[in-house]
Design a protein around this ligand. Structure first.
Ligand code: LLP
Length: 382
């Protein structure tokens, strides 16, 4: 962000997403550095940001892709992700989406239920093909993150419960249209301590031991995504601590010979390289409160309104030394359209340019046209 010149900034039409491509590259290099010499493969969770330019950069760094829809499949293939490095997740894949995945020879479907397994088998047999499958297990681990983004407890809709798993594994191994490759886990998102990942490793080890006793081995262990980022200090921690994260799995997982570990990281790859840039439309005073009203709203960046998420808001153009306290809000007709409350900013005026940081993941990809506002544009800086 900081290396954008004032001229570049003021000429942007707002609201728009700005991406720091150097930071994205640095992040991808950090990942590749950590996983080399290990049987680890990282798939980028396209849902975090499906922008074609971002996808292309990630594909060029050799990562695979984790998808949740036919639309994402199309975008990933167009961006150059190899089908053999594509995993298709999601609890409600349609027949059309399953056909498209099989047709493109993707590596695997992350299967979340018995009915889904049966349908994939049927469709694969009908197409005279064989579908790679990884079964998503609900490991019943509480990742202690926001309740809307925790996914691995027994009350969530995701995955196959531990009690049912042995039976479903056996079923999958017998289906002729299914190539049963392994187990998949995803416990939640924006996880900022390593403890839940350590617990996940223990659970996986225990499951693998149980299956081994029945003579069952897996090629693939997919541990999902979820590594969190520092929303409070994007400039101090622009690249997440991939060292600690991958170490948990290097040390914690008891791998069998020939086994590969797959990861599905979204936020930790894309979040810090993106900012939502907005202009101040008005500064308004109401009794004892001051509001900075932006031309960007919850339709452009939904996270604060939907999850009470906190993104750093910075005034990029005010040169005032004095500060004041503001609520920073959007123009959308909803009281939840608020980016920050009681925020200290340098004295802010109409026309100032504001950056909402760490918005590269689940920002542009969750934007909508609510209030018939156009979708935000995107710009890329090297
Ligand atoms: N794998 C699966 C099966 C997932 O469901 C997800 C995210 C990921 C991988 C990637 O997780 P990540 O590494 O990005 O944490 N919109 C919310 C986040 C929703 C995450 C959904 N699943 C937000 O803005 O916080």
């Amino acid at each position: 962000m900081h290396h954008l010149s004032l001229d570049q900034l003021t000429s942007l039409s707002t609201p728009c997403y700005c991406y720091d491509m150097q930071l994205l590259r640095l992040t991808l290099k950090a990942i590749n550095q950590e996983i080399r010499q290990f049987p680890f493969k990282v798939h980028y969770a396209v849902k975090a940001n499906g922008n074609a330019v971002i996808l292309k950069e990630i594909a060029e760094h050799g990562l695979g892709a984790d998808l949740v829809s036919g639309g994402e499949l199309k975008a990933a293939l167009e961006a150059g992700f190899k089908p053999q490095a594509i995993a298709f997740s999601g609890v409600g894949k349609t027949d059309r989406e399953i056909e498209a995945g099989i047709e493109s020879d993707i590596f695997s479907f992350n299967v979340e239920s018995v009915p889904e397994l049966e349908v994939i088998n049927e469709i694969a047999l009908r197409m005279g093909k064989n579908a790679g499958v990884v079964l998503r297990v609900n490991p019943d681990i509480d990742a202690h993150t926001h309740r809307y983004i925790t996914t691995g407890t027994a009350h969530d809709k995701f995955g196959i419960s531990l009690e049912m798993l042995p039976q479903v594994v056996r079923m999958a191994r017998e289906m002729r249209g299914i190539n049963m490759r392994g187990l998949h886990f995803h416990i939640g998102s924006q996880i900022t301590t390593m403890r839940p990942f350590e617990m996940l490793c223990d659970k996986i080890n225990q499951l693998q031991d149980d299956f081994e006793q029945q003579g069952i081995m897996f090629d693939i262990i997919n541990v999902g995504g979820g590594l969190g980022i520092d929303y409070d200090n994007p400039d101090e921690n622009p690249v997440p601590d991939f060292g600690s994260y991958f170490n948990v799995f290097k040390q914690g997982l008891k791998l069998r010979a020939g086994q590969e570990v797959h990861f599905e990281l979204g936020r930790s790859i894309a979040a810090q390289c993106g900012s939502l840039i907005a202009r101040v439309v008005f500064v308004k005073e109401n009794r004892d409160k001051k509001f900075v009203i932006l031309d960007a709203g919850m339709n452009d960046l939904l996270r604060p309104a939907l999850y009470q998420a906190n993104h750093r808001v910075m005034n990029l153009t005010s040169s005032a030394a004095a500060v004041d306290t503001y609520d920073v809000v959007g123009p959308v007709c909803e009281s939840s359209d608020v980016f920050a409350r009681d925020l200290q900013l340098p004295i802010t005026s109409r026309g100032d340019i504001v950056a909402i940081r760490s918005a590269g993941a689940y920002g542009e990809s969750m934007a909508s046209t609510y209030n018939m506002r156009p979708l935000p544009s995107s710009h890329f800086f090297d």
